[in-house]
Design a protein around this ligand. Structure first.
Ligand code: HAM
Length: 456
């Protein structure tokens, strides 16, 4: 091919005149709109943690044969009202709800388990090989009081096993949770409890309500109200006066039936077998009403004691929800699941200075000097990238010195240098970054030479 190419003159559209209010830089005196309370930007510097966390979750999901599902962020409010429980904080005060233009009352999802149960029914997943094992990640919304580790938009990674009654499914979830935490460099402990089933729990609820009626005058106003309809929620109250009363409350373990007891004992045997660290927590009830039998929450080992304060900042939580699909109109479908809060995982990874493996980092930097080299570099960069070379470039740096600084920062093995002279000579320079030795090579052979040097 001839070195001198004929270029057609391109007829570019005239640049548009930008009106003053379209420019993105803030005008002097004007204040920029602020982030909404409880929301968070995930900045470029944070993305390395997010990518790593997502990748670890994806790899574990693949290994344990969970399939990905994505459900909409907006759902009919009835879905959550029917499943989460009217006396829970989420339903009483934390839902983002609105009426759409068609007059439907909708909600931004506060969690995804109800949506997964809905999807299981809607898509006839009962006809698939059972159990159905699904996982998801995405944003959830709760209009709660923002504080450290608690946001109004936050993100979860969740795993659900539908149509499996045996305790091995509960144990599998705990194994998945442990595996993810381990791969993220976090060592965790589970707080675990059983809530019995809808039948045996009733005797416990009667006893619990009788106990709390006897100390009613010491309860907060919310608990006084909840005492009538949902006494279990009182065990979840964070008010210091109510939390104190919890220690003398009757314990569910004394009331549950043989089947529920066996389920729980078998689960604990599995956990002993896999060596998962756990503590039994008889007052653990979780903030959602759909749970039956197993409930658990995940905390960081060592620093987080499972006390009232850290309970508000669990890394994740889950349990069994054997009646949820039926509540939504499906057939009886025993199920269990859990979800992590991604922000909380990442905050602990940062606290612990977890090193993120940078396997994807660039090995080669392409330094470009002058206009004709820039034009050639665009294609060369793309050709090398497609051929599997991990390569980086920085078009906004003009001098060789500044580009070599970038290359040094990226800790690449080689820098390719392409200037006007090299373009004319059909050559390119390869600089070995550890020795500083440079060689001039044939431009057309660069891919073969690089592959050999990088051992590809
Ligand atoms: P959850 O305990 O409400 O359970 O939430 C799970 C995790 O999401 C929490 O442990 C926490 O890490 C994170 N999280 C919750 N609220 C916030 C918030 N406001 N800001 C930051 N992170 C938060 C569920 O959502 C259930 N759907 C889990 C489940 C799945 N159960 C069965 N299957």
């Amino acid at each position: 091919m001839s070195k001198r190419r004929q270029f057609r003159k391109l007829s570019l559209p005239k640049p548009k005149r930008v009106k003053p209010f379209e420019v993105s830089a803030p005008q002097s005196g004007a204040s920029a709109p602020q982030l909404i309370r409880g929301m968070k930007d995930i900045l470029p510097a944070d993305q390395i943690y997010w990518d790593f966390t997502r990748n670890v979750a994806r790899a574990i999901a693949d290994a344990y044969r969970f399939e990905r599902i994505d459900t909409p962020i907006i759902e009919d409010i009835k879905l959550f009202n029917r499943t989460i429980g009217r006396q829970t904080d989420i339903i009483e005060k934390e839902m983002f709800t609105f009426i759409d233009k068609g007059g439907e009352t909708l909600a931004l999802r506060p969690e995804a388990t109800a949506s997964i149960a809905r999807a299981y029914i809607n898509h006839g997943m009962l006809n698939l090989p059972q159990p159905v094992k699904l996982w998801y990640m995405g944003p959830m919304f709760r209009h709660n009081r923002p504080q450290a580790g608690r946001y109004r938009q936050f993100h979860q990674i969740g795993f659900e096993i539908l149509n499996e009654a045996k305790p091995v499914a509960d144990a599998e979830l705990i194994a998945v949770t442990s595996a993810i935490c381990q791969d993220l460099g976090l060592s965790v402990v589970f707080a675990i409890n059983t809530l019995g089933d809808a039948v045996c729990r009733q005797a416990y609820l009667n006893e619990l309500a009788a106990y709390y009626r006897s100390v009613r005058s010491h309860l907060c106003e919310t608990c006084k109200r909840r005492l009538v309809k949902n006494p279990l929620r009182l065990l979840d109250c964070k008010e210091p006066s109510c939390a104190k009363l919890k220690t003398s409350a009757p314990q569910i373990a004394d009331f549950i039936c043989e089947d529920c007891k066996n389920h729980f004992m078998k689960l604990l045997e599995y956990l002993d077998e896999v060596g998962a660290a756990y503590v039994l927590d008889p007052s653990l009830v979780r903030g959602l009403d759909y749970y039956t039998r197993t409930v658990f929450e995940i905390f960081l080992k060592d620093s987080d004691k499972v006390d009232e304060l850290s309970r508000q900042n669990a890394l994740g939580g889950g349990g069994r929800y054997d009646n949820l699909v039926e509540i939504l109109g499906g057939r009886a479908t025993p199920a269990c699941g859990f979800a992590f809060g991604i922000e909380r995982l990442i905050s602990k990874m940062r606290d612990r200075n977890v090193i993120i493996p940078t396997t994807e980092s660039a090995k080669v930097f392409l330094a470009v000097l002058g206009e004709s080299a820039k034009r050639r570099a665009l294609k060369l960069f793309e050709d090398l990238r497609r051929a599997g070379i991990r390569i980086a470039i920085n078009f906004s740096k003009e001098t060789l010195k500044s580009q070599l600084e970038v290359a040094n920062k990226l800790m690449v093995d080689y820098t390719l240098i392409l200037g006007q002279k090299e373009v004319l000579d059909e050559t390119i320079i390869i600089r070995d970054m550890s020795t500083g030795v440079q060689e001039i090579v044939d431009y057309k052979k660069i891919l073969i030479i690089l592959k050999k040097k990088l051992g590809l």
